[in-house]
Design a protein. Structure first.
Length: 310
């Protein structure tokens, strides 16, 4: 199933590369948060992959973290990959242009795979996660942050209300993203061990909706959904969107908020040394004894004890 136009995504990232430094604050913020999470893991990961490297912000955030000796930076956009390779970071690093949906790496190539705000554009996210798991060495770590379904909820609502009022219909101007409730299941489906999914919200304010949309273009994060409108939006419709956004969401100073929900994924490639769940019935002590309660056979109703009835 294809939801996103990956060719358009690559073209937009290519265009955004030259001016990315003026718009990459979200990439840098999520990169710092991923680096903090990696710092909490008391392990060394000599060979790592930065999947969807953008301008190289994650490489700079990972400098000195996790015992990384070699970092491969990978991006769908050749210009982004070239930009990342020129910006520094982990001392031994190299950049390649490659599609996250068709990874060119041999199985068990990396001790660590990290991805900051890229995987939400994958058409086949379960398949991409499966490729990531295969590229990891046994007991390798996967860390990722991707946009969740609450991202840009204010912009989505403003577009819908403005278009309904202007044309009587609504088109998907904001792309659909993953739901936190599905994230852990996707990791399990891809064969990861000990999967964890959690979420964080980053709120950003703008003077108006036009500034927000300019920032999205500058990041290369504008809508690339296949069902997006293919015609130019009329100026009066854009003005209505901006007016609706301000009327519904602006604060006392007249600035509008923009919600960016980030889903964080943490999982490990399976290894025999990892903890495993106990077999049913293998417990050494009964739960009823620990809780000082009476155990009832399955299907039996608990009987009231003396003093329970009035």
């Amino acid at each position: 199933m294809r939801v996103f136009d990956r060719r358009l995504l690559r073209a937009r990232r290519d265009r955004a590369a030259a001016g990315l430094s003026a718009h990459d604050f979200l990439f840098r913020e999520v990169a710092e948060r991923l680096a903090e999470r990696l710092g909490d893991v008391k392990r060394r990961f000599p060979t790592a992959l930065d999947l969807g490297c953008h301008g190289g912000g994650l490489a700079r955030a990972l400098q000195g973290a996790g015992g990384i000796e070699t970092l491969v930076q990978c991006d769908l956009s050749p210009r982004m990959a070239a930009l990342a390779s020129n910006r520094g970071g982990v001392s031994a690093s190299l950049a390649v242009a490659a599609d996250e949906e068709a990874l060119p790496f041999a199985p068990a190539s990396f001790d660590l795979v990290v991805s900051a705000l890229s995987l939400h554009w994958a058409n086949d996210l379960p398949g991409t996660l499966l490729q990531v798991r295969r590229s990891l060495k046994p007991d390798g770590l996967f860390l990722a942050g991707l946009f969740g379904g609450e991202t840009l909820r204010e912009l989505r609502a403003s577009w819908m209300e403005a278009e309904l009022a202007a044309t009587g219909g609504a088109s998907p101007h904001v792309a659909p993203f993953a739901d936190i409730r599905d994230a852990g299941a996707l990791l399990q489906r891809a064969g990861f061990a000990m999967p964890v999914a959690d979420t964080d919200t980053i709120m950003v304010t703008y003077p108006d909706a036009f500034a927000l949309m300019a920032d999205l273009r500058g990041m290369g994060e504008a809508n690339v959904a296949l069902l997006r409108p293919r015609t130019f939006t009329r100026r009066d419709t854009l003005a209505r969107v901006a007016e609706t956004y301000k009327n519904r969401f602006a604060d006392e100073a007249g600035r509008i908020p923009a919600t960016f929900q980030v889903i964080y994924l943490t999982a490990w490639a399976p290894h025999e040394s990892q903890p495993k769940p106990l077999r049913p019935g293998s417990a050494a002590a009964r739960l009823a004894e620990a809780l000082d309660s009476e155990e009832q056979p399955a299907g039996d109703k608990a009987r009231p004890r003396a003093g329970d009835l009035e």
